[in-house]
Write a protein that binds this ligand. Structure first.
Ligand code: PLP
Ligand code: ZN
Length: 419
């Protein structure tokens, strides 16, 4: 039990430590080690107390039920209702894939902005609050823009959001409506990201995926925690997830490792499979080639939400995939559209392009024997299909248009019966 003093304690962000050289740093809006330029991670220390299953199960249904594994001391103050999205079994899809069992971890209905980015922004805005920042921002491929704008609006924080000029209408309107300062940049996401790196220092903003990245990334772990809890406090044998900067895949591996270490679950960590569109597949290339660093690419795919040509966590993602015995899959734009439709028709979930990449990637991995009848597979469906309708609309059938006459319906019914 927390003492009253702890309950009332003010929120503070954890100190940081370099993942590469181990140098310690004060809590701050900076994600790069001053000694070696490695990434700074929150330092949970060695004497932090972790709860048991029953304690967690008794808490509110949000990602904060795992708050001991999130980078703060004291009570979180913002975005308290994000997380704990549905995780449900999809037997018809399992049959189509030819694998044992399949679950959908459905972040397409994440609260409040309909993608898994709500998780990373929930932790980042609390870091901004704890560090006393009044402005947050991001470089975004779309979903992060939606999430930062939404979470900043409800928190009363100012927001500066930078996106590539050619994003889908749904992503742009789904950002602008919350009233942030939204800026379109001529160039790719990687150009936008480079710009934001320069802006963070200049204005003292908390750019969630740049100088707050150490705190931001930890929010992704909650996908893994929820999967373990929702499967009945156990681990699946395989997890398939999309990769953009490579953070989600890296943090899934960390989440399962942390739950095993704390004794929350037992057994073998799931094999982690990362998927990308072949039109922007630098992490797939990295794993398949066995190279020791990322070769950046110029994105050319309709899967814009995961079109990052120079992924910040590419190398860590590839290590997470390899240490768990997983692998990667790159899929064509045509196959990802088919993946969107397959998920909708078998599981009743309308996902965006990134989710199509996951379903198509799982199909490819099953076809080449990496996922089998023995497997229990969780597919991470990270975004909502209504945000990218232009991806799937050209592929869908024509809709009959009739007069309000029974006879005309009868003709349609007859025709449907013949096929
Ligand atoms: C951002 C994003 C991801 C994964 O991003 P990482 O940078 O690899 O963590 C996956 N799916 C969707 C829909 C996203 O918006
Ligand atoms: Zn370092």
């Amino acid at each position: 039990m927390a003492t009253p003093a702890q309950v009332n304690s003010k929120l503070s962000a954890l100190p940081l430590r370099c993942r590469a050289c181990g140098t310690a740093a004060e809590p701050q809006a900076n994600a790069i080690c001053g000694e070696c330029l490695g990434p700074l991670d929150p330092d949970y220390g060695t004497d932090r107390a972790y709860p048991d299953r029953e304690t967690i199960a008794g808490r509110a249904r949000s990602l904060w039920r795992y708050h001991e594994w999130l980078p703060f001391n004291g009570e979180p103050e913002l975005s308290l209702d994000t997380g704990f999205t549905p995780c449900f079994e999809a037997p018809a899809l399992a049959q189509r894939l030819g694998v044992g069992r399949v679950w959908i971890k459905n972040d397409s209905v994440s609260h409040p902005s309909l993608s898994f980015k709500d998780r990373v922004v929930a932790t980042a805005v609390n870091a901004a609050r704890a560090l006393g920042l009044d402005t947050v921002g991001c470089a975004s491929t779309g979903n992060l823009a939606n999430a930062v704008a939404a979470h900043a609006a409800r928190a009363g924080l100012k927001a500066w959001i930078f996106i590539p000029h050619d994003l889908e209408v749904g992503k742009v309107i789904g950002t602008l409506v919350y009233g942030p300062n939204l800026v379109r940049v001529r160039g790719t996401y990687d150009d936008v990201n480079r710009l934001c790196t320069q802006l963070a220092d200049r204005y003292g903003w908390g750019i969630v995926n740049v100088n707050l990245r150490g705190y931001y990334g930890e929010g992704s772990k909650t996908v893994g925690f929820e999967i373990a809890e929702q499967l009945g406090w156990r681990l699946p044998s395989a997890v398939v997830a999309p990769m953009a900067g490579g953070s989600l895949v890296t943090k899934l591996e960390k989440a399962f490792r942390e739950f095993l270490k704390a004794g929350i679950v037992r057994g073998t960590p799931p094999r982690i499979y990362g998927t990308q569109a072949s039109g922007c597949a630098p992490i797939v290339n990295l794993v398949e080639s066995g190279a020791d660093r990322v070769t950046p690419v110029i994105p050319n795919t309709i899967a814009r939400s995961i079109a990052i040509g120079n992924p910040a966590d590419g190398l860590f993602a590839s290590q997470a995939i390899k240490t768990t015995g997983g692998w990667v899959a790159g899929v064509s734009d045509a196959d990802l559209v088919a993946g969107i439709r397959l998920l909708a028709e078998t599981a009743g979930v309308f996902t965006e392009t990134a989710g199509g990449v996951v379903v198509a990637g799982a199909l490819a991995l099953a076809k080449n024997g990496r996922l089998t009848e023995k497997d229990e597979v969780v597919l991470c469906i990270t975004g909502n299909g209504l945000k990218t309708i232009e991806a799937v609309s050209p592929d869908l059938p024509d809709i009959p248009l009739i007069d309000a006459k029974v006879k005309q319906v009868a003709e349609l019914v007859e025709k449907a019966g013949q096929t």
